[in-house]
Structure formats: C-alpha cells, structure tokens
Design a protein around this ligand. Sequence first.
Ligand code: ADP
Ligand code: MG
Length: 685
Amino acid sequence: MTLEADTPVQYVPGVGPRRARLLEKLEIRQAKDFLFHVPRRYEEYQPVSSISQLYEGGRFIFKARVFHLQLRKPRPGLTLLEAVLGDGSGQVMAVWFNQPYLREKLQVNGEYLFRGEVKRHGRWLQAVHPEVGDGERAFPSILPVYPSAGGISQKLWLRWTEAALPLARGMEDHLPPELEASAGGLTYAQALQAIHRPRRGEEAEKARKRLALSELFYLQLGLGLFRHQVRSSRRQLVYRPEGFLAKRFREILPFTLTQAQEKAMAEIERDLLSPHPMNRLLQGDVGSGKTVVLTWALLRAVENGYQAAIMAPTEILAYQHWQRMEAWFTQLKVPALLLVGAQKPSEKRIAYRALKEGHAAVAIGTHALLQEGVEFQRLGLVVTDEQHRFGVRQRLALLSKGEEPDLLVASATPIPRSLALVAYGDLDLSVMDEMPRGRQPVRTLWRPSRLRPKIYQWLYDRVRAGERAYIICPLVEEGEGDQKEAAAAEVWWEKVKREAPDIPSGLLHGRLTNQEKMAAMEAFARGETRILVATTVVEVGIDVPEATLMIIEGAERFGLAQLHQLRGRIGRGKDPSTCVLIGDPKSEVAKERLEVLTREQNGFRIAEEDLRLRGPGEMLGTRQHGVPELRFADLVRDQELLHRAREAARAILAEDPHLSAPDKEPLRRRLEEVFGDTLGRALLH
Ligand code: ADP
Ligand code: MG
C-alpha cells in the first residue's frame, strides 16, 4: 500500500485501531504526522574493522566469526544464548536473553555483522544483545531514538517513520530566500529526511535547526500578523484622562501603590489614550498586587461610560474577585454583578438584562461571560485574570465579535522574556516584578519523605498555637484524572483527622461542586477550619492572608512555576510564613530544581532557572497559550534562530502587513497549515 500524506494513521502498516488511539494522544493522526514525531536522541555506532578496537562502554558495528555457541536455561522463563565471537585480532563474548530463535540463525564458523553496545563481564568484553545483520545489508551507524508511549517499541517507530519518509519529498515550507540562505543549505524536505535518518550526528542537529527556523518563522509571522491587525484598527473607544472614579479608588486603598503597580497603570493609561485598541499582557509575580491594577482599569472604562468585564478561569476565583471588588464598587457606587454558571437561571436572567440594558457597569465572572449569548450594551474593556489558557484563539474570537473592546490579560506565571516573545508575541507586555512593602519572603525548606512524621507534628503544633496551614496533595499520574486525585486527597485528609483530631480541617479538590468548593474556601478564610487539605485547585489566585504554613507533598512531581504559585498562597499577610517541600527527587536535576525554590523568591528568576534546567516545553505548555506547539525549536538553545525568524517576519509584514500580494500566497497557505484552518483564516481574513 502506498501512503498518502493524509492516510489515516490506522491504515499505516503495523498500526491498527488500538495503536491509532495511542498515537492520537501524540497528535499523530495521519501518515505525514510521523514526519513531525521528532527523535529524542540518537545512538551512534562506530564501525570498526577489528575486534581489538572494541572497548567497554562504546557502541559498535563490527564483523566477526562465531567460534562457539551455547543455549542455556538457567531458570524457567529465561533462556540465555551465549557466543564467543572473534576475528584475527581478538575475541569478544556476546549474550542474548530470551531470543532462542537466534540459535537457528547463527551458525558456528559463520561470519556476521553485529551492532550493539559493549560492556565488561568479568575479564571479558561482552556485546549485550547485539543485533545481527542480514547478509550484506550494512547497518546505519546512527540510529534515532523516538519518544514513545504505551509500550510502542523503537522497532515500530523506525518502521513507521521509514514508511512516512517518502512523503517528505515534495514538501516545501517557502521560507523567504534570505532566511533560507542562512539556514545551512538544507531544503525543508532534506531536513525532514535528515532528522529521521541522519548519516552523521552533526547532520541531525543541522536538520533540526533548519526545521526550527521554519517553525519559529511561521509562529512569528502569525503573531505579527495578529499584532498588525490590532494595531491597524482604529480605536472606537474614546477616553478622557483619569477622572473621578479612578482617583477616588486610589484614595480609598489602605496602602500606597508600588512603583511597579504605578508603572503598569501608566502603560495601560497610554494604551487607553492611544488611537489603537489595547492588547496588553500584565505579567506579575505571585502576590505583586495585580488585582488593584485590574480594578483600576475597570474603573477607567466605567468612568468613560463603558461597561467592563473581568473573567477568571474558575468559579471560585470569580467569586473571590467578587467578594474583594464588591466592597470597592459599593463604596464607589459602581453597579457591578457576578455571573457564574452555578447561579440559578432566574438570577442569570436578571444579570443578562442588566448587562444588555446597561444597568450594570461591571461584570465579574468566568469565560461564560463571553459566550451563552451574553450581550453588553457598551462593552469597552475585557480583563482576564490568572489566565493561562486565554490564547491567541480566544483573543481572536473576541475581536471577531466586531466590538473590539480593549483587552488586558493578567498572568501570574512569570515567564522569561524570550518565551514571552513566542507565547505572547502579539501582546504588549507590562511586568510587575516588585512586591508590596513589608512582604516577608516565604521561608522554604526541602525535606525527604522519611522526615514526614516530624514535619506533620511541627505543623500541628504551630496550628494549635494559632496559625493556619495548607497541605497540598501530590499530583496523581498523568491521565488518571480527577477521580483518582479526589480519592488521594481524601486519604490525606483522613490522615490529618486521625493524627490531629482536635484541629478542625477541610478538604478542597476538583471533584467537589462549586458550592462545596466555595464553602471549603470560606470556612478556611474565616478560620473555622485551620488546615486545608487541597489539590492544585488552590494553585491560582486564592487569597487567605492569615494562612502562614504549607506542606507540599510529592514536590518533585510539580513544575517549578507551579510550586512557586502554590507557595504564593502563603506569605500574603504580615506574619512570617514557612513552606516545606516534601519529596525524594531521584536525579541531580530534580534535586537542583527543589534547591532553586529554597533560595529564590522571585518568580521571574525561578522561571529562568527552570528554563535552564529543564528546557521550555513543560514550562511553556505552548499549546495552552493557543500557539502551535514547538516541535523542533528549543528556546534555550535557539535564541539566535528566534531572533532571525522574528526579524524576517517583521521585514515581510512591514512591507505587506496583510500578506495580500500574490507572491505571498505560499506563506498564507503555510500559515493556515500551521495555525489550523479556523485560526489561520481569521488571521488572514
Ligand atoms: P496577585 O498579583 O497575586 O493577584 P493580589 O492582587 O491578590 O496579588 O494582592 C496580594 C495582596 O497584596 C492582597 O492582599 C492585596 O490587598 C495586597 N496589596 C496589593 N497591592 C499592595 C500594595 N501596594 N501595598 C500593600 N499591599 C498590597
Ligand atoms: Mg490575583
């Protein structure tokens, strides 16, 4: 069967329906997708001409004669085929486990080609499980190793990628000529071939760079196009300089604003007064005081006669915003309302009407605010808070509503600038990297799990003395889902109740209803419960300033940014706080990562460290940001490529901001492929 690029993966030989489902999870749906399954590393084998050249720890391809062959069964279920191989220069042992059929293939005195790793066994060098070459066919000396899942063997990956490689032949990526010229002389098709079947190690890296350049270029082109769209549209909203409401708000705050807050507000103000819509990302470290800035922005819209909406990622957070902001809004006589899924239909209907008829000036809620036929009379500003998932896609959806409100996106996940360029290349960036005065660092310790009993005793004692504590349960294995997580959380809660029956405690996890979650949060906030056992549900935004203690279980399983977020739940008041990370990291890198948290409080620097230690993939979770996933590019190593790609994309857009010239047709088509149909078309509308 010859494969077409779009042949469903199920029909690729050796796949079938069951493996097709596994592959789907790796985003491999069609035959051509195998081309974009990038080898994780390569194994290089050194072809040698004589056995005397073999050494311990190397990987070799060598020709040898079988001198001796013996099949043993040391115990049931284990067969051991042992051989002595040799040539004129020396001898080496070889061993195969549970491959009795090789006994038939190999003949004493026959000469074969072998490929494998050489180790030491007593006084002998031993080739462990070497592959045996078929006749004259030589082995390639470099072998890709693919990331896998569900027990799919490397043999299968090799077979599938081999089958897909002919599809690469016709592929082009239409890089602009200057960029192509700087890309090391490989065409796109050659690079795809070479990344899967390099002839030498350097060739694989060269191919990767060529593909990364293409990837980064189209990403920057798409983001740049979007940015141009926003920039080129004229503002329909008209703002006067700061008025009564915003000024009054500053006065009623019980503290003075930090410089970082002032600076962010000045940047937002400039956007509001500019001739183009605002499209801004406010990045602030955990606890840097974003809520105040966002509230001020909402009031700026209201005092200019517009409605404003603020969206949180979860209902608990929306509710918490409501509780905090309602007090301000009441004082300022600004009519505001809460809109979340959990409300009664009758309540919702009233809210809908108030928004449509303009009686409500501010709406606080979840994403639902933008959907479900919610209509505003004069929506001027949309704010999203703590939003990791509000990507290009959603931003576009919003703009395509035709209303073109200003957009302010707040994120509490500090990311290094190089990543921000990629993930949010279409947004202007404001950074708040300063904490309000008087904030104390959270003392952070890392302890192995064998000290757990002591740590819990310490925690119970401190709680009995009046403090409040979070206990964060370990992450469950990926894919096990909410149910398992909830069950695990129950177990931790039981432990706490058993060990400290005198301390009132509560439980918070994702399987609870929103009412139950809010009840658990409120009981803890009011101090009715003094320990809150929780999953990562508490990760973002929760603000209980009286909580001063935290234990994070299974700390090595969390991402650094996530640990920093979790830890940010304490240290929010005036009292000193302590966070204990309990974990038994196995590798040096994993240890180093926990160490980073114990010495570093600044989220931006933690993000840099994380990037350095682990690479960008996990931290960025690019797909969550609504940008296409990066397969080839490595943002740590490829900063220079990123820079080049960005310059090239800019140059093209400077000349032709909508890519409308006929010779841009290939670029347009490629963008649609990269960003997917809907988004691609919207970009190129
Ligand atoms: P985040 O940026 O993590 O969303 P919040 O907006 O929740 O942070 O603010 C954290 C805490 O800091 C809140 O209790 C808030 O009232 C307080 N806060 C904000 N700005 C200041 C300031 N300038 N001075 C003192 N406290 C502040
Ligand atoms: Mg916040």
